[in-house]
Design a protein around this ligand. Structure first.
Ligand SMILES: Cc1cc2nc3c(=O)[nH]c(=O)nc-3n(C[C@H](O)[C@H](O)[C@H](O)COP(=O)(O)OP(=O)(O)OC[C@H]3O[C@@H](n4cnc5c(N)ncnc54)[C@H](O)[C@@H]3O)c2cc1C
Length: 466
């Protein structure tokens, strides 16, 4: 077996961590599986390895697992951040062979079989890379600079603070055009995240902000969903796409199809046809790409900077290195179409990678990944959703109940389920939202950002005039 001494910086600190968790360091008799990422894929792999004759070390840059499908509810003041996150250690303590290291992984030395982290290097016998994805700005720095993302808890909290702040500013703004821009909420990208967020914005404005800001005419508030193609929810069957579009428009969302974005400026969105939209809030939900770790590996990448892998989920030429979930590019979902970046794919890949690791430890052949498609769903506000599963297509209330049930059951931890259920019931019966505080991440940034934006806008205007 390979020597798996842990090199650390400082050495004692990380070694102590391992001892605290009963993890033998250099004296291990069993192979070590290092899992990078405590998301859907990484946790599924750890769970599948729980009774295997291996030691599992999970590395994650945060100490929690995030349930991203409910992130938009954190951003729209429906849920507290902590109700959709769960401590990794609390999950792993059920597994006697698993341990956790809080660290950011920056690369892998495949020759030395070592993972490079900000607290030192960790050697592995088997490696599962499951670091997920990040927002894709398609190389445009201005999109990244002037839009708000929604990929993790920090971003969702920043967005929530920004929205609440816009209402506060609008309440005291005398200039009608400025007030309109403060009350315009644009979401770029008509995929499930964009659709869910646009629906949630409307509900927040219609049911909550209307009562909180009686001095504002909330009819001035404008939710715009911008999509470059001619449809929303492109992955869904056409009938459900139409149902979703119809529902959004009936709710009052200004859905702009065939509207590719040319540029984003402070406080404005410019379209390719030359028109502009003044909006203080622009959320970028138009694309995802693999975690930057994929590029740092120096291996062949596919579309979306995802790592090209074998059907056994291994890296070509490295049968002990598995890449799964959003980071992985594997065709086979449909002919020439890669598996989508969704939670069920990540979970099933995690389970298959773990089974293949067990097979290798027993010198058995590995099996290719086979996906069991359980369908897809998206919610479009209160009592409305679209659901496409096992040949059944549902819309409206039945789809919404299905959506609520699945998301509640998939959440990790009884406490989180109870918190979410309580919040949902409260919102459903009172038409209110409990979490409308401007605090935490991004709260004190708002004033600075605003000043900066105005300064940048002035500089840009001066440049144009010159
Ligand atoms: C807003 C939003 C809504 C979504 N809605 C749905 C939905 O309704 N249904 C659905 O099926 N899917 C949905 N998805 C997609 C789904 O969440 C992903 O496909 C899934 O999380 C992928 O799992 P993963 O394990 O590959 O990555 P993740 O679950 O993202 O986990 C990656 C983990 O790696 C960690 N990490 C990243 N980089 C490093 C590093 N360098 N070092 C250490 N740790 C690192 C991260 O902190 C994270 O814990 C949504 C995603 C988002 C963002």
């Amino acid at each position: 077996m390979i020597e798996t001494e842990i090199e650390t910086r400082p050495v004692e600190k990380v070694r102590d961590t391992y001892k605290q968790n009963g993890m033998p360091a250099s004296s291990r008799a069993r192979p070590r599986v290092v899992i990078v990422g405590a998301g859907f894929g990484g946790l599924a792999a750890a769970r599948e390895l729980a009774n295997a004759d291996v030691d599992v070390l999970m590395i994650n840059r945060t100490n929690y697992h995030g349930f991203w499908p409910l992130l938009y509810q954190v951003a729209t003041a429906g849920l507290e951040p902590e109700s959709i996150a769960y401590p990794v250690r609390a999950i792993l303590r059920r597994y006697r062979n698993a341990s956790f290291l809080l660290a950011e992984v920056s690369g892998v030395d495949f020759e030395q079989r070592t993972v490079l982290t900000d607290v030192g290097s960790v050697s592995y016998d088997y490696l599962v890379l499951a670091a997920g994805s990040t927002t894709n700005f398609f190389g445009n720095d201005r999109f990244a600079q002037y839009t708000l993302g929604m990929k993790d808890l920090d971003e969702a909290q920043r967005l929530r603070n920004h929205i609440l702040y816009c209402f506060e500013r609008a309440a005291s703004e005398q200039d009608a055009a400025r007030r309109a821009a403060l009350l315009t909420f644009a979401v770029v990208g008509g995929g499930p995240t964009g659709v869910e967020l646009a629906g949630a914005f409307v509900e927040l404005i219609r049911h909550v902000m209307r009562k909180d800001y009686p001095m504002l005419d909330v009819h001035q508030a404008h939710v715009v969903l911008v999509e470059a193609t001619d449809r929303v929810l492109a992955m869904f069957p056409e009938s459900l796409q139409r149902a979703a579009l119809d529902r959004l428009r009936r709710m009052g969302v200004d859905v702009r199809l065939n509207a590719p974005v040319a540029d984003v400026r402070p406080g404005a969105l410019a379209f390719k046809d030359g028109t502009e939209l003044a909006a203080e809030t622009v959320v970028w939900a138009a694309g995802v790409r693999a975690s930057p770790l994929a590029e740092a590996l120096g291996v062949t990448l596919g579309r979306g900077a995802r790592v090209k892998i074998e059907p056994t989920l291994t890296l070509p030429g490295h049968p002990d290195v598995f890449v799964i979930g959003d980071m992985a590019y594997l065709e086979g979902y449909r002919p020439d179409v890669p598996y989508p970046m969704v939670a069920p794919v990540a979970i099933q890949m995690g389970e298959q990678a773990a089974r293949n690791i067990i097979a290798r430890t027993r010198r058995n052949p590995m099996k290719p990944f086979r996906y069991f498609d359980k369908g897809q769903m998206a919610t479009i506000g209160r009592s409305a959703a679209v659901l496409d599963a096992f040949g059944i297509q549902l819309t409206g209330w039945p789809a919404w109940v299905g959506w609520l049930f699945v998301h509640l059951m998939e959440l990790v931890g009884f406490r989180n389920r109870a918190l979410v259920l309580l919040n949902w019931a409260y919102s459903y019966f009172t038409y209110d939202r409990g979490v409308r505080l401007i605090f935490g991440i991004g709260a004190d940034e708002q004033v600075k950002v605003r000043t900066l934006n105005v300064e940048r806008a002035n500089v840009e205007r001066a440049n144009v005039e010159r």
